[in-house]
Structure formats: C-alpha cells, structure tokens
Design a protein around this ligand. Sequence first.
Ligand code: PFF
Length: 442
Amino acid sequence: MDKQSQWKTSTGFILASAGSAIGLGAMWKFPYMAGIYGGGAFLLMFLIFTIFVGLPLLIMEFTVGKMGQTYTTKIYSKLTQKKWLNIIGWNGNLAVFVLFGFYSVIGGWIIIYIFNVAAQILSFNQTKLGEIQFESIIGSPVLTLIGQGVFILLTMLIVMLGVEKGLEKASKFMIPLLFIFLIIIVVKSLTLDGSIEGLKYILQPRLEDVSMEGVLFALGQSFFTLSLGTTGMITYASYASKDMPIKTSAVSIVLMNILVSVLAGLAIFPAIKSFGYKPTEGPGLLFKVLPKVFDQMAFGSGFYLIFLILFLFAALTSSISLLELNVSNFTKNDNTKRKPVAFWASILVFIISIPATLSFSSLSGIKFGAGTIFDNMDFLVSNILMPLGALGTTLVVGHLLNKNELKEHFGNNRFKLFLPWYYLVKFVLPIVIIVIFIVQFI
Ligand code: PFF
C-alpha cells in the first residue's frame, strides 16, 4: 500500500487524528492533573492553552505534514534543505518511545479492570464493583506487566495487520457512544450526596490555586491531549490528500478534546467529594472513583464493562498513532518493512515500560525530580520533549518556510485567518513556550 495515498477521503484523516488525540489524556490524565493543580484554575488554564496555543500548533503540524508529504525524520530537511533540522523529528520519535512506555501502563490497568469486571459479571469473582481495590491490583508487578504487555501486543497487531482503517470506521460509533457514557456518568455523579462541592471545585477557578507549576502542567496537558510536538500529527497529515480541510479538522479535534476533558472532570469531581476521596490521589484517581459511581447504578457492572471497553478503544486509537510514527520513520514509508519494524519497536517499548509499571509496586520507593519513575517519564515527555518539538517546528515554519507556499497549504477562508495565525506561530508562540519552559528550571 502506498502510504502517501493512505487516506483518500478527509473523513479517514479526521477520524484517525481525532482518534490519536482523544484518549487517556482527556479522560485519565486531565482529572488527576486538575485534582493536583487546583481544579477550576487548572481547567481555565488548560482551556486557554488549548485554544490559543494548542489549536494554532495543531494547524501548524497539519500544514507541515501536508506540505512535506514524507516521514518526520526527513520532512524538516526536505522542506528547508537543512539536514540537521531533522533532529526535531528525532526528538518526536524519542518522545513517542517514552510516552508509549508509560501510556501502556494505564492501558494495561484498563485491561486488568475489564477482566476483573467481566469475572464479576460471570460470577467467578465474588467482590462487588464498589469493593475493587485499586492498590492491590496495581501493586502486583506480575499482573500489571501482563496487562501492559497485552496492551502493547494489541497495538502491535493492529498496526502490523494494517487494520487501522477498520478501527477508524469503528470510531464513527465508538466515539459518540463514549460521549453518551460520559454523560450518563456525569448525570449519576451529579445526583450523589455532596456532589455540589466537587462541581464547585472543578468549575470555580480560585486565584489562590494558580501556581507556576500548575501553568506548566496545564500547557503540558494541552500538548499531551492534542498529540502535539511528537510529530505524530505531522505524520498523519503527511498521509492525507492535498485537499484535506486543515482548519476545520483541527477545530473539531480541539472541540472534541475539550468536551471529553470537561465531561471527565464533571464525572469525577462530584463523585470524589461524595465518596470522600482527595482530589490529589494522582494517577489512580479515575480507577478508584468510577467503580464506586457505577456501583450506585442499576446494572452497574454491565455498564462499567461497556465503558471500560470504550475507554480501551480510545486508548488504542492513540497508541496506534504512537507506533505508527515509528513505523513511518523506521521503514521510511516502505511498507514491506512494516511488520518487523512494528515488532521490534513494540519490544523496545515493552522494555522501556517495565520501570514505569513497577513504579506502582516494587520500584515505588524510587523518587526523584518530578516523583516516581512513571512521573518523571511523563514529565520528560509532556513538559520537555513535546514543547521542545513544537518550539522547533514553530521556528522552522515561522522563519524558514516560504510564506506564500504556507498560505497555499493553509488554504483560504472568508475570515482571513492566515496572517494572524502566521504571526502567532512566528513570534508569539515561540516566546510563550520558551518563557514557560525556562521558568520551570528557575
Ligand atoms: N493524545 C493522546 C491522549 O491524550 O491520550 C496521547 C498522545 C498520542 C500523545 C499520540 C502524542 C502522540 F503522538
């Protein structure tokens, strides 16, 4: 299959890039980050960054992919004739390895939960939904390594067999279904005793909760959810046809992401307060709270199982974009090498993911920098490599590419958005990224 013509229609491209964006970031990471960094204050910062930084950057990555039409460890030199600039592509590739390493840990948890809940439904297991003990599941090194291995294996098989197209078709109904489920959870959460407290916590920005660290993590969160800076979105855009609608695709992806993040917040925070959890529980937050919410519903286990399957689906459409980036770069878009590259990249990811998984059990005592090994891997990717990658691309786009050619790929529209976007990318966004980046080291 010729990679460059993989997506004949723009729908395929939009579904795949929306699939890459919507995943664990919005549903799992957003609530726990918001819980640590001040609830409403974090939501507000996240919205500001997503709309004013994330959206223009996403349009930028789509434009670069569409212009360059090749894999991302070559695209920079192809566009600028400067070979060393391919380092931006390699930075993204490194980011993706580390990212997949810790992403698969959470993917593994979802798989373990699916088995656990299915066993309860089939009555192999006598524990009730509300009694699922997150700590005892996640504290088992063997179980979690198996879960994470299965998650990587599933991703690998999908990419190897090239069945992504089937998955994209499935997302046409899986994503709307996920929205419906999130809304059901929100409604249930809001009817719990004491839920108003939680609602206030996530919706009311309190100035005293804003910290420089929170600002940094909110920026990292908007990069993470939109898959920015890894060049993953450039890869997807490079597969798309010339006439794909860059701006409308980017806007719809950003809106969907915001919606899922907000719904996840509304689902989790009222329940946190109601069940007496702390918002600062960390990465386990969603996994601790949701079983309790479903436990309050009629047919709760069945609904929870369906939700977990949808959640897994969303995580897989993101992880395949991570592996796809490796396949694209290491096969140089030669599809005959697709299988071995997908295989070896997955093995490497599994090795990288072992210390991340064990951060929750045998290696939990090792803490430095941002916290556990898992926390440091996330910090390295979301707060360093992704912003660096995006910064590099803004400099290339703003200062090395031909403005008229950019305009041609950006496309016309009646709002005359090209120039505002161009100057934002050329001057404002690099400064924003640099300032926030430097502040974290002061
Ligand atoms: N955007 C994905 C999520 O929020 O789950 C994570 C991600 C996927 C980041 C692909 C980067 C990437 F290249």
